[in-house]
Ligand binder design. Structure first.
Ligand code: ATP
Ligand code: MG
Length: 489
């Protein structure tokens, strides 16, 4: 019988014996390898190596790796977003390449880790390694590509539970705290390349930049009462989580901003985002090829965000008032439908997500389909109109520092003109920016207002003169030509 003691006896004990045993084992392996190379075809060989590796690797490897993709299914992966924020604070001497950048509105230089870079971390005596990776693949036969970004988190296998149950929740909480401190609002837009691609997964195309639009409710030239109403409405919306649940409604609010160009619709969206610290998703409907893509794209937006669709009357989707529009059929090849869009707003899709605000803007409310204006669809309709006296006062204070205690002598004249002229806040702002000298800037504004007033009076006169003869005029004319008819009538 072969016993354990026999085996012990045969084990090499001296260093030279160990060395010779190692040499004969290596020679044996080389022989096996060269025989395999000679007698087994290459594809089969590679298959066998892979199989061997697959079977034995887990027994020998002590490391475990978690993959954290940018998207989880169709929605954004919160762990990825949190890692992105958290790792900025963990960059240490082992990282040799970083991306840095600064924008005019930021006080400090922003740092993010670059592709293939590694960041080390320690949590409760567990050593962890994060690596940021980017994979680009070609989409079909076209030149278009799809990019996948993800993190690899590697650590000792025995700590798997601790990492999943304690470390990742810790990363999420830390990221929330960092974001709250930084108060960064992001602006997401879709990448242009995915425009008509039917195969795209609808999620990888949102790219983001920090929204550093300086517009706030203080800087907005709006009627004070309107401003207060909007702010109160937003505040009430964010504190009503329980209320929405109780009444069985999705926690969403729709705003329709309408008014002429340059009256502050886009500025108001930025002010709302800055006020609530909500990210903004700017969706160009023209870049969506079908309702299915629309659903996927909308599902990949995050909570506490504002979805913006600007100039809704101008986009390819048929949202115009059918009764008043005879050429609505011309876009019949367009696959994004009004019902697809509305389904998201208050249909089944609307329940996927919390604290969502949807804002539509238009210059022509009258051109919109009535389905879009129906109560419950857009909860609040806000009319942004021409500049008023109170609007001018806000702009004069913002641009020239003119207030009640240092009122300029031209203010009275301007206020009188503004009330009787159709001038947009954008036009007023443009004039006020032209000079740092209040006398010059206000004179420019007076000139503009007078010019506009004269133009509008001329236009009114032209319209009055062009007016078709009324019923009275026609009867009079007929009476002149046919006196008998006239007397009968
Ligand atoms: N109500 C306002 N308060 C303060 N600034 C304003 C206001 N309206 C317009 N402006 C100024 O005019 C610029 C253009 O305004 P904005 O882009 O918000 O107008 P809009 O209504 O979105 O126009 P459009 O219909 O062409 O998109 C802004 O950057 C801002 O400087
Ligand atoms: Mg705009």
């Amino acid at each position: 019988m072969f016993s354990l003691n026999d085996l012990k006896d045969q084990m090499p004990t001296t260093p030279s014996a160990l060395l010779s045993a190692y040499a004969s084992f290596t020679a044996f392996m080389m022989l096996v390898r060269s025989m395999a190379n000679e007698h087994i075809p290459a594809p089969l060989r590679s298959y066998i190596y892979k199989a061997i590796n697959y079977i034995f690797a887990p027994f020998f490897s002590v490391e475990f790796t978690l993959l954290i993709d940018q998207y989880f299914g169709m929605t954004r992966n919160q762990v990825y977003d949190a890692a992105e924020v958290y790792l900025r604070t963990k960059i240490g001497p082992s990282t040799v390449r970083l991306r840095v950048g600064k924008t005019p509105w930021k006080k400090t230089i922003g740092v993010t880790i670059d592709e293939d870079e590694e960041v080390a971390d320690t949590f409760d005596n567990v050593k962890l390694r994060w690596r940021f990776l980017v994979e680009t693949k070609k989409l079909g036969k076209s030149d278009m590509t799809s990019t996948k970004r993800f993190f690899e988190l590697t650590f000792c296998k025995k700590h798997k539970d601790k990492v999943l149950k304690a470390y990742l929740p810790f990363v999420l909480a830390q990221a929330d705290a960092i974001k709250a401190e930084e108060n960064v609002v992001k602006l997401y837009t879709r990448h242009y390349w995915s425009r008509s691609d039917e195969d795209d997964d609808g999620c990888s195309e949102w790219g983001s930049v920090n929204l550093e639009h300086p517009s706030t409710f203080e800087t907005m030239a709006l009627d004070t009462e309107l401003k207060r109403t909007i702010m109160e409405d937003l505040e009430m919306f964010v504190r009503r989580r329980e209320f929405y649940k109780k009444v069985g409604k999705a926690w969403k609010r729709g705003y329709l901003l309408y008014g002429p160009p340059g009256t502050g619709k886009s500025s108001l969206i930025a002010a709302m985002a800055n006020y609530l610290k909500f990210n903004v998703y700017d969706l160009e409907l023209a870049s969506i090829s079908s309702d299915a893509v629309l659903k996927r794209v909308l599902l990949s937006t995050t909570n506490r965000s504002i979805l913006v669709i600007e100039d809704i009357d101008c986009c390819r989707v048929d949202v115009r008032n059918r009764a008043s529009d005879s050429d609505s059929d011309s876009d019949s090849d367009n696959q994004v439908t009004l019902s697809g869009l509305l389904n998201f707003i208050d249909g089944l899709w609307s329940s996927c997500g919390d604290e969502r605000i949807i804002v539509f803007t238009t210059n022509h409310k009258d051109r919109l389909d009535t389905a879009l204006l129906r109560p419950g669809r857009m909860d609040v309709h806000i009319h942004l109109s021409y500049c008023t006296t109170s609007g001018f006062r806000i702009l004069a204070s913002n641009y020239l520092g003119i207030g009640d205690n240092n009122r300029h002598c031209r203010c009275g004249e301007i206020e009188g003109l503004i009330e009787s002229t159709e001038v947009t806040p954008a036009e007023v702002a443009e004039e006020l920016m032209k000079s740092e000298d209040a006398d010059v800037a206000l004179q420019g504004l007076v000139n503009l207002l007078k010019r506009k007033k004269a133009e509008s009076e001329k236009k009114k006169l032209l319209i009055k003169n062009k007016k078709p003869r009324g019923r009275k005029g026609i009867t009079k004319l007929l009476g002149f030509i046919f006196p008998a008819i006239h007397s009968d009538a």
